[in-house]
Design a protein. Structure first.
Length: 90
């Protein structure tokens, strides 16, 4: 079953390769969507695809790359609209 997730990650997540880490894992999982930095220092993610794979991405996001420190991850589940063709860093 396909779904979408809006994810906001806080902590030391900017300037540590976090967006490219997310993009790599999302593409490996066959997900579509985007990841971007927010002005407040958080990282925002929109991911669509198979729910099991989206859940796997969330596990990676909660861990982050070695140089990141993730303090909180907020996930809001949404309906998959199939609106993305790839997974982009914006």
């Amino acid at each position: 079953m396909n779904c979408a997730a809006h994810i906001v990650v806080s902590g030391m997540v900017q300037g540590v390769g976090f967006r490219y880490f997310v993009q790599y894992h999302a593409k490996q999982l066959g997900l579509t969507g985007w990841v971007r930095n927010l002005p407040n220092g958080n990282v925002e993610i929109m991911a669509e695809g198979n729910r099991e794979f989206v859940e796997s991405l969330i596990v990676y996001v909660r861990r982050g790359p070695r140089s990141a420190v993730v303090s909180n991850t907020e996930v809001t589940w949404k309906e998959d609209r199939g609106q993305f063709e790839d997974f982009d860093v914006t």
